[in-house]
Design a protein around this ligand. Structure first.
Ligand SMILES: Cc1cc2nc3c(=O)[nH]c(=O)nc-3n(C[C@H](O)[C@H](O)[C@H](O)COP(=O)(O)OP(=O)(O)OC[C@H]3O[C@@H](n4cnc5c(N)ncnc54)[C@H](O)[C@@H]3O)c2cc1C
Length: 378
């Protein structure tokens, strides 16, 4: 493994930071999705970062994508908007790119890379969260189509999505799923109203209602009954790349803390001269360094086309716990200023809390990690 960052990667990283600072930090859009910002991100070319050039992408490696997405978190203070981008790229467009037939790629990738069609993933249901295998959305194969029925819950990007990657049960015992590319414009597809959340306000979220939706046969993603593998793949991608920007956020928050502990004086000296304060910053740096190493390792594994299921579970758990801790510690360092709305840290804290729930809760990550290392050691 060689983690040397090339000159081109450094330049790309800086370009992303400058672009994000200039275009993505308008506080009017912290609580609502901005199509204007979305168009800017599309024009910048970020959406197609790892997609082949023949579909309008940049054909970059996953290592470069990891560096760039960390930079996005550092430059962009709108975590909800980053979440929109991530959901679109890693668990919608990327699944079509990796598992889709040529027909599906030709049908959707150009527009998704150009940002003219927004994507999302639909697994969760009201009664099926961590236990995804208990989902009840079903598909019946008909002569000319697949007939899809069910209701999905907590779909990030739902209200603005044109394309949904929907998982549905296609065999009861043993349970097997299939994945389908579903267009908003199909008869029987509706989304509910925006579900208001405590954070990530720029990312609209809704139910997805599928009522006798006729899906063209060509819109089956991967193999019939093969959706389980695609779901595992999707989880790997989101646990890596949706969490990469959090490292950048942690870096930015740590730098704000360093300025604060040097500038703020109490008892006649900077508060950073108290070990109780400075150690919080040392812990932030340890977490950032460890997380970054794990990110690069996972990106390297994905560039080698290797599985990183265990590593992404470890990474997701580690990053989210430390992202939350970093925000919590930063808030404490800033005292009452941190608690006030003016200082953004309370918003960072609210956004961070989501990371321990989505993409599989942290308790579920520990279940996965234990079962995988247990199986390895037996
Ligand atoms: C911000 C956000 C965005 C999301 N976006 C999407 C999306 O785009 N698409 C999508 O399909 N879903 C999405 N989700 C849903 C997400 O995947 C689920 O919230 C998650 O899988 C957990 O399911 P649940 O919320 O129903 O909790 P539950 O599964 O009901 O769990 C409740 C609690 O019990 C614990 N628990 C449950 N079972 C176990 C167990 N076996 N061992 C230990 N602890 C357990 C959990 O860890 C949790 O603490 C999103 C969620 C959030 C918060």
């Amino acid at each position: 493994m060689d983690f040397t960052i090339t000159r081109e990667q450094k330049e790309f990283r800086q370009e992303v930071i400058d672009f994000a600072r200039e275009n993505l930090n308008d506080s009017r859009y912290y609580e609502e999705f901005s199509m204007e910002m979305w168009k800017k991100v599309s024009d910048f070319g970020l959406l197609g970062i790892t997609v082949d050039e023949e579909y309008g992408g940049l054909s970059e490696s996953y290592e470069t994508a990891a560096i760039v997405f960390e930079a996005l978190g550092y430059g962009c203070m709108n975590n909800g908007f980053i979440f929109v981008i991530n959901n679109h790229i890693w668990v919608a467009q990327n699944l079509i790119f990796l598992y889709g037939t040529k027909i599906l790629k030709d049908k959707y990738l150009h527009q998704m890379v150009a940002g003219t069609r927004i994507g999302s993933i639909a697994i969760t249901e009201a009664e099926s969260g961590s236990d995804a295998f208990s989902m009840t959305t079903t598909v019946v194969e008909q002569e000319d189509c697949y007939l899809l029925n069910g209701t999905k819950m907590f779909i990030s990007n739902g209200p603005i999505s044109d394309i949904f990657i929907v998982f549905a049960v296609t065999q009861k015992e043993p349970v097997k799923f299939s994945a389908f590319v579903v267009e908003r414009q199909y008869d029987g597809v509706t989304t509910g109203k925006n579900i208001e959340k405590m954070g990530l306000g720029a990312c609209p979220t809704s139910e997805l209602i599928l009522n006798n939706v006729r899906i063209p046969k060509e819109n089956l993603l991967g193999n019939f009954n093969g959706g389980g593998n695609i779901m595992m793949g999707a989880l790997e991608w989101e646990r890596c790349f949706e969490f990469a920007p959090h490292i950048g956020v942690m870096q930015r928050v740590m730098e704000e803390c360093i300025r604060q502990v040097n500038g703020r004086k109490q008892f006649g000296k900077p508060i950073g001269e108290n070990q109780a304060v400075s150690h919080k910053i040392a812990e932030m740096e340890v977490a950032i360094e460890m997380a970054r190493m794990m990110l690069y390792q996972i990106a390297w594994l994905k560039d080698q086309k290797k599985s990183a299921y265990l590593q992404t579970s470890v990474f997701k758990l580690f990053v989210s716990e430390n992202y939350i801790k970093t925000c919590r510690d930063a808030l404490q360092i800033f005292g009452a200023y941190g608690y006030s709305k003016e200082y953004n840290l309370e918003r960072e804290m609210r956004d961070a809390l989501a990371s321990s729930i989505h993409s599989g809760t942290n308790e579920m990550q520990k279940n996965t990690i234990y079962s995988m290392v247990n199986a390895r050691c037996l």
